[in-house]
Design a protein. Structure first.
Lengths: 291, 224, 132
């Protein structure tokens, strides 16, 4: 169980913004923080990891007090057992992939975990390369592996996939889900991508101006209405094309491209790149076994 | 045949000064790069003073400070048995002050431009500040360290005013190359002065050229 | 998407299927859905609900036929006809508001549909979506 109660006055580009986070997370839960940039998502992760100190607050992780400003308890980042994946990976440029992972080992820790992580993240062929020679997706896999070397119970991911293209993003999402389940992690993700959030998280917290304004199951939070459509997917609009009296909207769902016929009123506030729900009744699709 | 002693003395002084400056410069640059202290601008100014002050001014005040008639100079000479005026030890200390900005400024700039995520990633992995400095920060600012080392070394070779004020002109102790050149010119031995000057010119040129080649990545390109 | 708002008047459940009748003004719309009052909180008698159906699912007839399986019928007058090469869009003014239908241009020509015609718009039970 993680109990978070954090208050801090943040100095942002728009001036002073008070951050007020009150959140309880159960072990094994996958929670996503969602909100506009500057809403306080990254600051929250930094306060959990100890890289930023709140003005006042309390942080209890599995009955261990990490922070209690009223008792002047404040564990250093070094003393907090968690994995952190930074937005721009933060791989050490002077070390190879393998050395980056080995650096993360604790004193006297058995290095069999390194072999396991290299296998799982498919880094075998890259292990002797320097980070600068790797692609974004490869660097992200190394960063994820490095964060798991000490086998933490908590994994913090700060917009880990924002710099990747869609195909790579989907692959990395699968890696994240895999490690979340395999190591029974409690994962806190910061993400802007609604499709990603629905796919990965058990719960999403909407942050606005430093406060959680809404929290719940992602598909319920993001769908404005409940609908009796059983054939529902979240995707990204790739293109909108006018054909006679209708419009054809091309949507990327996972790695599949689908097309939906729409009316002018439906596409009025839709642009390429938007996240949409594509829905149909369970009666319409046909099903066929793939030979 | 020229007297090699001033040249050897010059390089010995530059080498010792640079090594001591490296150990002094790293923590000082680290503090200047990361501290949010209110006295930081004052310290930064003090470190940069030798860049703009005439060397003779530094030499003059160090002379006063080191003088045995002064409390500090007296303490040093009584407790440490060091006579800092007109001695090689005194020259080393004066040179450290004189070349301090040349070591501190490149390292401080290197530290400031290194993304703070590297440091933070290391802390989150449970590594101490010292281990992070040694294994992550310093290896990633090698060009800045090299620049600091070489500039301090070259600058110490070129010092004149400070040496003249505090070291005087004692052969084998404080008579460095720059002083020797001045001496030879005074004595109208232009050809000896020219030899000393040429040697200094060639060595300084070579050192600086090597630094620019390494930091510019030219040597790596040639190997490919 | 055609969107109408009405009140649920009957709910018939069998297994995980439900047949819902919704009253919109003087017209009843029937929808079959894979959802029951237990799985969907918005399924309550008298609750206000949205009845949604796609324009391409609206069938047009020039008379009201009695011999079809279609449950949802609305009478109205054509107020607009946009003809494309293959598809055409009709706007029909009815007692529940405007309903848009997209059918083939061939069908429009066969029925001789023009502005002012009185038509019946029909939607299959399984094509109607319900939403809060």
């Amino acid at each position: 169980m993680i109990q978070l109660l954090l208050h801090k006055k943040l100095h942002t580009a728009k001036g002073m913004m008070p951050l007020d986070i009150d959140l309880a997370i159960t072990p094994g839960e996958f929670v996503t923080l969602y909100g506009a940039s500057g809403a306080g998502k990254t600051s929250t992760l930094r306060m959990i990891s100890g890289l930023l100190t709140p003005d006042n607050g309390k942080l209890v992780v599995n009955d261990v007090v990490w922070l209690d400003t009223s008792k002047k308890t404040n564990l250093k980042p070094q003393q907090r057992k968690l994995g952190f994946v930074f937005q721009d990976y933060a791989l050490f440029p002077n070390m190879s992939v393998l050395k980056n992972l080995e650096y993360a080992l604790e004193k006297h820790q058995d290095n069999s975990i390194i072999t396991e992580l290299i296998d799982m993240m498919e880094l075998g062929e890259l292990q002797h390369q320097k980070p600068s020679t790797l692609s974004g997706g490869q660097q992200q896999r190394v960063a994820l592996a490095r964060a798991l070397v000490q086998q933490p119970e908590i994994l913090l991911l700060d917009e880990p996939l924002s710099a990747l293209d869609t195909k790579m993003r989907i692959k990395l999402q699968d890696y994240i889900l895999k490690v979340h389940q395999k190591y029974k992690l409690t994962t806190i993700l910061v993400s802007h991508n609604i499709g990603e959030i629905i796919k990965l998280s058990d719960r999403v917290c909407l942050l606005e101006q430093g406060k959680i304004i809404k929290s719940g199951i992602p598909s319920t939070i993001f769908a404005t209405h409940q609908m009796s459509a059983k054939f529902q997917f979240t995707g990204e609009v790739l293109s909108i094309q006018k054909e006679e009296v209708v419009f054809i909207v091309t949507v990327l769902i996972g790695t599949n491209v689908v097309k939906v016929i729409a009316q002018e009123s439906e596409i009025a506030n839709l642009t390429t790149g938007d996240t949409v729900i594509v829905a149909s009744k369970a009666f319409n699709p046909v099903i066929q076994k793939v030979l | 045949m020229i007297d090699w002693e001033p040249l050897i003395l010059t390089f010995k002084l530059a080498l010792i000064t640079t090594v001591l400056l490296l150990f002094l410069g790293i923590p000082l640059a680290y503090w200047l790069a990361y501290s949010k202290s209110k006295i930081k601008p004052v310290i930064e100014t003090l470190v940069s003073m030798p860049l703009v002050l005439p060397p003779t001014v530094i030499g003059f005040y160090l002379l006063l400070a080191f003088s045995p008639s002064n409390t500090f100079g007296n303490w040093v000479s009584e407790w440490l048995g060091l006579h800092l005026i007109f001695s090689f030890e005194g020259l080393v200390i004066a040179s450290i002050f004189y070349s301090l900005p040349f070591m501190v400024q490149p390292i401080q700039a290197g530290l400031s431009s290194l993304p703070k995520q590297y440091k933070e990633a290391s802390y989150v992995l449970g590594k101490s500040k010292f281990k992070t400095l040694l294994k992550i920060i310093l290896p990633n600012i090698k060009p800045a360290l090299l620049t600091g080392i070489v500039l301090s070394f070259a600058h110490t070779i070129g010092e004149f005013g400070v040496v003249l004020m505090i070291g005087g002109n004692i052969p084998g102790k404080t008579k460095v190359a720059s002083i020797a050149i001045y001496d030879e010119v005074e004595a109208l031995n232009y050809s000896t002065a020219n030899t000393y000057s040429l040697i200094l010119l060639i060595i300084t040129f070579s050192i600086l050229l090597i630094v620019y080649l390494i930091n510019g990545g030219y040597l790596k390109k040639m190997n490919r | 998407m055609n969107t109408l708002t009405g009140q649920i008047s009957t709910i018939e459940v069998n297994g995980s299927l439900a047949l819902i009748t919704t009253r919109v003004n003087d017209v009843f719309f029937t929808a079959i859905i894979v959802e029951t009052p237990e799985t969907a909180s918005y399924l309550k008698l008298g609750a206000t609900i949205k009845v949604l159906f796609k324009e391409t699912e609206v069938i047009i007839a020039t008379q009201t036929p009695e011999y079809l399986s279609l449950q949802n019928k609305v009478i109205g007058q054509v107020t607009q006809v946009d003809k494309g090469v293959l598809l055409s869009k009709l706007v029909i003014n009815t007692s529940v508001g405007d309903i848009v239908s997209v059918i083939t241009t061939k069908a429009v020509n066969q029925l001789g549909l023009t502005k002012g015609n009185h038509v019946t718009a029909m939607i299959k039970t399984n094509e109607i979506l319900l939403s809060e």
